[in-house]
Design a protein around this ligand. Sequence first.
Ligand code: MTE
Ligand code: MOS
Length: 716
Amino acid sequence: MTKKISTPIKRVDAGIKTGGAALYIGDILFEGLLYGKIVRSSRARAKIKGVKVPTLPEGYYYVDAKDIPAEGKNRIEMIKDDWPVFADKEVRFIGETIGLLVGPDRKELNRLRDEVKVEYEDLTPVFTIDEAEAVKGGPIHGDDNVYADYHLKKGDPDAAFANAARVIEDTVSTGYQEHIYMEPQGVVARMEDDGKLGVFFSGQCPFYVRHAVSATMGVPEEQVRVQQAVTGGAFGGKEHYPDVISTPLAVAAKKIGKPIGLFFDRVEDISFTPKRHPSVTRFKTALDADGNVIAMDIDVRLDAGAYESCSMVVLQRAIFSVNSVYNIPNVKIHGRAFATNNVPSDAYRGFGAPQGLFAMEAHMSHIARAIGADELELKRRHLLKQGDVTVTNGRIHEEVKLPEMLARIEEMSGYSKKLKEYTPGSWKGIGLSLFNHGSGFTGNGEQEIIKGVVKMRKRADGIVDLLVSNVEMGQGLQTTFRKIAAMVLRMPVDSVIYNDPNTDMVPDSGPTCASRSIAVVGYLVQEAAKKLKDRWDESDVVEVSHQYQPPEGVVPWDQESLQGDAYPSYGWGVNVIEVEVDPLTYEVTTKGIWAVHDVGVAIDEKVVEGQVDGGIIQALGYGSLEKLESKDGRFQQKTMADYTIPTSMDFPRIKSALVDNPYEFGPFGAKGAGELVFDGAAAAFADAVQMAIDGDIKQIPVTPEYIMEVRENAHS
Ligand code: MTE
Ligand code: MOS
């Protein structure tokens, strides 16, 4: 055991994953396993007039809304329950589940699925935010198609606008993004010998699945046992969506009495599972005579798709992030998430923050270009500092080390020198972005909704069981959680056992999302380990638990008015990206990538480095390559050949560094890192391209086609 927590150790799950021994959901053998195939809507918005199922061969079954137990309900209980398990009266998007075919042979299931005839009465579908806002064809949701509608105000924006020397208007938009986790969605459900409903799944939140399945089936939560299988990546895509497929599967398992597996192939996964919310953000910004930003009026709109899922929370994070790392004294923000007949949008690494942060960074760069100011100097003048008031009238409690981080990245990248060398339009550019990310659930979510608990048990042989509901999904939790416990207990890492969670065995420490596992649950692990250490000699077997308490000194949160500390602490980051643009083809070659982050203290430097590398490359895909178009409610890209994500050949090696800034209520001083590292790269990339081509970049992905458009508009 090393003395310093950050010193890397060998990743606990490296061996089984690289050696091929890890059992993913599709690898586990279930005796007599049948397969499920979803019968999906082919219409974006329609009434269902009838469903004709062909005569099924022996051993094949058709399951739909009529099979939901009387004590249950045809609703998927997530944050809201607007999404039905099986559509029975109407369909709201192409691909929506209408029924489930079950049987032993997958080819035969495909054939049968094509023979199910659904009779529809088509309604007028809504595919864009503007159409949704205009309530085209009558409302899909409520009476205005708005799932969530929030207003924030800080200072006195009206007075500031009245005194403005200049007002700049701008619109920035971001597109869909598909998760492309390595392992597509997969769930198995079966009736267990003890009468419980067993669910095995690839995903992030075992207790979410338990909750949703028990509500649909109308049984107590304890009657459902959820076991996480080794998960090949998730990125938010397996936060709520496993609820959407485990609920119909549970209905089928109960009806048929055999284990049933639902395993998506890549085409099905890309076509029908949720994506990152597309966004459109409008800014109206007031400047004084010296070019200082004195006020902003911001309108954020998200395409949330056909069902609400967690869109209200994504919208909250988007509007709380849209001022990024800047202290704008007077601000008015309006945010709305709209219902459309597109595939539902849902969680994706960053949860609305990447949209808000990209919009703000792009807008700041547009202001600088419009008034002929030095962009970094303009940003520096407005940087948040400790004690500053946030857009929710909370406070920044920690020391903000951005000046130190800027100095560091300057040293690493030579930013200023290159900025002088490459004049705008020289086809060479360097871009910089600043960003932060609040750790854990928004507002009082941790305290009011999650109330996370962890347990730790010393066995008679001195081995310690770490009992938590959070999952390893590639972000390194198997290593970092054990390290935290082992470090406190002063024992070897392999004497701490942390198994993939099973809801019968572990307490509910909350979901694996919002970069909360280390920042929030990791702290509970540390505190529980301290208790266990104190009570170690009490008896052979000692069990302790620890529950979340809000950190001291925070500004209390009011969920009605969205006022207070949206987050108790933030991770911070700076990215610099250097590019060259081909003047003929407009292809962009990235020449260098630099990153400095403040994640408090790294629990394992190698794990954080892995997160930095993966997060930045994933964000560069978002910013430059990953174009996903929905046309008439159908994604035009269906495979990894037409929806291309970056490979190791597309971008150079990332040079990254960390600054220490220990957080009092994080384990060993750690804050969240998993999403922060995604938040800045798209903006730095766009900023660099903007310089290279001397034209404002107002949307991502920045494809060669879009660059051509900007060039032709700017220089015609
Ligand atoms: N890294 C890998 N390799 N695989 C993933 O699925 N998910 C991201 C991020 N990093 C993800 C990942 C998302 S969406 C979140 S919320 C955080 O990890 C969760 O990290 P935590 O363990 O700190 O909560
Ligand atoms: Mo991450 S989007 O919060 O799972």
